[in-house]
Ligand binder design. Structure first.
Ligand SMILES: CC(C)(COP(=O)(O)OP(=O)(O)OC[C@H]1O[C@@H](n2cnc3c(N)ncnc32)[C@H](O)[C@@H]1OP(=O)(O)O)[C@@H](O)C(=O)NCCC(=O)NCCS
Length: 204
């Protein structure tokens, strides 16, 4: 993709990123809230699932003004704007949905190890898949991590997500730990998920 650029997220990208995230994880969101496709992006914005402000490590892949992918990285000591919790907005979607969302945040927290750069989110729009966009985003993240003196690159992935597992293996990640949790299975259908990592200095 010749005209693809990777740049920092800007506040005005929020709607496009919300649509990308709603479409990319549609089946997962539908386990939390029963909304039609066109209402999901607004749900993600309102509940704070789409971070609204730019910060170091929050990147999008753009081609001719079209946002085709995003990656959100996290590390200890990263400067992020403070965002107030959106609890009341979450509860307007109903008690059950609110509890599920909060349990999801509890079960799958973004807690990077010290000295590690953690991929907390990555997605590519359906029309741009299998063209190397995610690979470029991961490579960009790894270089950014190296530039910050971080030594390890990490992420979590659902065992069912074979596309992502293949992508991560191909870009140099290996499984470090696997986890299972009855609540994750019962509420979200996640039977097993893996913590994957690679050294930042390694090629790939
Ligand atoms: C997973 C995802 C980010 C991949 O994005 P992408 O830009 O299509 O990935 P790439 O083009 O860089 O693919 C690189 C490699 O990953 C693997 N891969 C990607 N998509 C795959 C698929 N659908 N099936 C099998 N392997 C796949 C392949 O090995 C591929 O190399 P190849 O095309 O030469 O065979 C994209 O499918 C997506 O956004 N999915 C929904 C959101 C998601 O699951 N995010 C990850 C959460 S952990």
């Amino acid at each position: 993709m010749e005209d693809l650029i990777i740049r920092r997220f800007k506040a005005e990208d929020r709607q496009q990123v919300a649509v990308l995230m709603a479409n990319s994880f549609r089946d997962d969101w539908l386990k939390i809230v029963n909304l039609p496709d066109d209402k999901l992006p607004h749900f993600l914005i309102e509940t704070g699932e789409i971070f609204p402000y730019p910060f170091d490590g929050y990147m999008v892949a753009e081609e001719n003004g079209d946002i085709l992918g995003m990656i959100k990285l996290k590390w200890v000591g990263q400067a992020r704007p403070r965002v107030r919790p959106q609890i009341s907005r979450i509860f307007q979607y109903g008690f059950v949905s609110a509890v599920k969302l909060l349990v999801m945040r509890y079960l799958f927290p973004e807690n990077p190890e010290k000295g590690a750069c953690h991929v907390s989110e990555i997605a590519v729009s359906e029309k741009a898949r299998r063209k190397g966009v995610a690979t470029e985003l991961l490579l960009f993240g790894k270089k950014l991590a190296g530039g910050k003196g971080l030594s390890k690159y990490t992420l979590n992935v659902d065992d069912c997500n074979k596309a992502a597992l293949n992508l991560y293996r191909k870009t140099g990640f290996t499984i470090e730990k696997s986890r299972r949790n009855l609540l994750a299975k019962w509420l979200f259908g996640v039977d097993e998920w893996h913590f994957m990592s690679q050294p930042v200095g390694a090629p790939g």
